[in-house]
Design a protein around this ligand. Sequence first.
Ligand SMILES: Nc1nc2c(ncn2[C@@H]2O[C@H](COP(=O)(O)OP(=O)(O)OP(=O)(O)O)[C@@H](O)[C@H]2O)c(=O)[nH]1
Ligand SMILES: [Mg+2]
Length: 490
Amino acid sequence: MTITPRPTSTYDPYADITVAPPDVEVGGEENDAGTTGEFELDERHSLRRVAGLSTELEDVTEVEYRRLRLERVVLVGVWSDGSADGAETSLAELAALTSTAGSQVLEGLIQRRQKPDPATFIGSGKVDELRDVVLTTGADTVVCDGELSASQLRNLEDRVGIKVVDRTMVILDIFAQHAQSREGKAQVELAQLEYMSQRLRGWGGSLSRQAGGRAGGAGGGVGTRGPGETKLETDRRRIHARMSRLRRDLAGMRKSRETKRADRRRHAVPAVSIVGYTNAGKSSLLNRLTGAGVLVEDALFATLDPTVRRAQTGDGRVYTLADTVGFVRHLPHELVESFRSTLEEVAEADVLVHVVDGSHPDPEGQLSAVRGVLADIGAGDIPEVVAVNKADAADPMALARLLRHEPHAVTVSARSGDGVDKLRAIVESELPHPPVEVDALVPYQHGELVSRVHTAGEVVSLTHEAAGTRLRANVPEDLAAALAPYAARE
Ligand SMILES: Nc1nc2c(ncn2[C@@H]2O[C@H](COP(=O)(O)OP(=O)(O)OP(=O)(O)O)[C@@H](O)[C@H]2O)c(=O)[nH]1
Ligand SMILES: [Mg+2]
């Protein structure tokens, strides 16, 4: 096995971002789709973590430190309301998240408490127990199932003696590892810096990671480290400089994304977005619906950069189908903020295909978590087609219960292909109708106009007459204008 260090280990906050071509393109990319997916998968598998980097960590900022080393972990959760099952499902999801982030989960602890302890998250007595578990298992990181305050993190670290991170940091870490596009990477980095800059503790205390003799040396850059400035202040300054830089870059990228979207709108191509909880099978379903080779993996957040594919209805109308980032309970607020421009694409879709994993223990909970985020980003009113996926693996009783809950849902299996044709038909029937009704007699030398009606409009009737093709159709405005000279006279 070849082991390649993660790119973040050579993280340089001042490195210039290279300009890469934008990743989302409508049409034209289907040809190499299959190979791209496989390549991506290979590459991702080669990006596992490397153990034992500890000696190289003297001059990294704290943010880098937290990003880099999350390897052998113990999970802790607090169960306050709901059932014990709920707490276990949540911890199981955290375990899946941490493994996706590349760590090995050694042990999980849940404490029943009214609410998390304001000082140490879990109760004080439980902290001693946690320390024992850490010592006996040789863990290097504790992951808490929740969002912790700076002081909770610090207190726990001081008492347990190893690094403590929370659920949000794990999700951010996964996003950081998997983002592909330049925009995606910048969005994740900004979210990460924002979250962590509020939680910097400064080296020292039990973790003892002073910059030591190298302060003023490499890493800080000329003029960044004045005499007497602490590592913490330097870190803060570097991080804030980096954050403003990222915000500026993102504003620029957002503009080009908007131009592209406006372009699609002008050509009135209907847009369908596939949304749903992470690991529900969105990418698999996109592959089934379009034959595209999008990365599918039994891992949370396999997809981080939205892919847009071209699709065609039975009668030739072109529309786009977009895969999206999966949602998860407690999606970090910073991430939703950073990904807002990407998520806005979802908000502008004409139809949503909401995929839910019918074989999951709590599909209803996943549906409502996703709908919560959809409402947040202003996508709550878009027509939604619910696709209950993994029907091949689901318990029939559970499926029946879910269908009572969601009477308009379509049951599908992206794996076997069952139900996919029906889903496609329903999605196509939900596409918005082009706004302008036309009746035209198009001379035979203008066949290209007839083809445009097929791809962009809905044909009501078509006959061949002596003078040309007689067409009744609903078409977008630009096409109606092009057809105006040939308006038929009754
Ligand atoms: N049994 C079964 N497994 C499925 C089906 N559809 C998808 N899967 C599996 O579910 C896992 C996740 O599939 P993806 O298509 O990557 O899911 P996703 O929703 O795109 O996931 P993220 O991008 O990680 O949010 C993979 O292991 C798939 O093989 C299905 O119909 N039946
Ligand atoms: Mg996916």
